[in-house]
Structures are given as C-alpha cells and as structure tokens.
Design a protein around this ligand. Sequence first.
Ligand code: NAP
Length: 290
Amino acid sequence: MKVGFIGLGIMGRPMALNLLKGGSDLTVWARRPESMTPLLEAGARGAGSAAEVAAACDVVFSMVADAADVEQVALGAAGVVEGARTGLIFVDMSTIAPAAAQDIAARLADKGVTMLDAPVSGGEVGAISGALTIMVGGDEAAFARVQPLLACMGKTATLIGGPGAGQVAKACNQILTGIGVMAVAEAFNFARKSGVDAAKVREALLGGFAYSRILENHGQRMLDRNFKPGFKAWMHQKDMNIVMQEAHRLGLMLPGSAATAQLFNAMVGSGMGEEDSVAALKLLENMSGA
Ligand code: NAP
C-alpha cells in the first residue's frame, strides 16, 4: 500500500517517521514546507498539496489541529477529495468533535472515500516511541486494512464503534487527563502554600492510591518548571470545549470538566496558550499569590 501523511507538527512528524521505519512507501505534505525536511531526509517523498498526496496513495493519514483544519485538508481546495481515487481510506488522527468527524466522514463517503477517526493518547513521547493508544471509529474492513500501519505508530489500536466513536473515546480521555492535570496542579499549589515540599508530597503519593501516570510524568514536569510543549494549553482548551459542547448537546452534567475547561480558558486568556498544559500550576500560583 502507498501511504500518505498530512500535518507534521509535534505529533505528526514522529508518527510519520515511524511509518517510514516500518517500511511504508510514504508521501508527505505540510502547510509549511520546512516541516517536511526531516521526513524527506529520512526517505519520504514530498507533495505540493493534500490532493497530490491522495493521488499518490491508497491510505492517507492526517494529524492537524481542529475540525476546521481536518475539513480543509479533506474537503477544501486542493484537499484529499480532489486527488482521491475511489476506495481511498482517509484516517484522521487529530482530536476533533465526534459530530464533526461524522459529518466529514459522510461527505467523504459521497465521493467514494472511507474515513476512519483515529485520535490518539500518549503525547509526544508516545508518538516518538511508537507507543500511542489509538481509538478508532468507522468501518471494520477499513480498520482491518490499516491495522498494520497503526501498529507502527501505536501499542494498541481499538475499534470502538462506528464513525465518531473514536472521538467519543478521545473526549473521555481528555476528561480524565484534563481533570488529572488540574488535580495535580491544585495538590502541588496546596502543598507549597502550606509550606511543604511538593516534590516530597509527589514522592510519597506515588506509592499510594493517588498514583497516576499524570502525577508521575506531568507532576515531575511541574516540579521541574518545564512548560515547553508537549501538549499545548490551547489544544487542551480545544478538547475541553469539545467535551462541553457534547455535554450541552446531550444534556449532561459534567461539573469536573466544566471547572477544568475554565482553567484552560484562563490559561489561554493570560497568554499561556502555547505553553504545555502543565503550566496550569503557574496559573493557580498566580491566583493564590504564590
Ligand atoms: P502542532 O504541533 O501544532 O501540529 C499541528 C500541525 O498541523 C502543524 O504542523 C500545522 O501546520 C498543521 N495544520 C494545522 N492546521 C492545518 C491546516 N488547516 N492545513 C494544513 N496543516 C495544518 O500540534 P500537535 O501537538 O502535533 O497536535 C496535533 C493533533 O493531535 C491535535 O488535534 C491535538 O489535539 C492532537 N494530540 C496532541 C497530543 C500532544 O501531546 N501534542 C496528544 C494527543 C493528541 P503549521 O506548522 O503550518 O501550523
């Protein structure tokens, strides 16, 4: 199979590199041509547009930002649909709203393109090491065809259900990680304001029921004051916005998610949008006179 990859940012670049390492015949396109350089140096072919990628491939992956970007790349001018042959499988791995994924999948199906939504968890570290958790929505036969490619990028790929189901699973993931980051930041801010060493608190709690990968990994980055992204705060704001819109549509009460969404809103509003979401600690400190 000839494989394409569109969107070579923090996540997309290492994911595409892992497809190459797995032996894929790979064609790439990025909005800023310089983003393609590491892939071209590693043996990928470069294309001039998403349509050119589609014309050269049987399967095309995208890893961009939000729903409007996926729509543009898939259905916009010089988008995938303009170059696609009937039978193309388009796998979007960005995090977008489930309803948007369903809408884009239906419009692509009209043009003979099968779309899978396949968002991921595991962050930049998981993308580099090929150990992502991949949550898939869409057609079972298409999932079976792309599974060997997903295995180059992730340690697990689970078909959750029909179109949009992968994005529902990812929204659940963002509820857990968003509230988790806020919980760790609150605990550390509480410890410091109480005159206690937050590093010692983390060390002790890692041995108890409060253990979590977020306390371990994100907690360490908070202690190191390492706010380089990683996962940008504006991206987490985007994801909590998806969660809150779905809650509104479904008539769901999600009080923890609502509070966390406010935290990320305030981070973006106070100029921290491009920092990692663990900079939530700084926001809480600023608001507590720390
Ligand atoms: P990023 O570093 O900002 O990369 C996004 C890339 O998409 C950029 O290179 C950008 O191109 C490209 N792009 C955006 N809109 C585009 C458009 N309309 N047309 C063409 N290219 C476009 O972000 P990231 O951290 O890799 O995140 C990508 C996706 O993965 C997001 O949906 C995010 O929520 C999800 N995700 C991220 C993480 C993480 O830890 N970072 C973890 C899980 C999931 P330019 O460089 O030209 O702007």
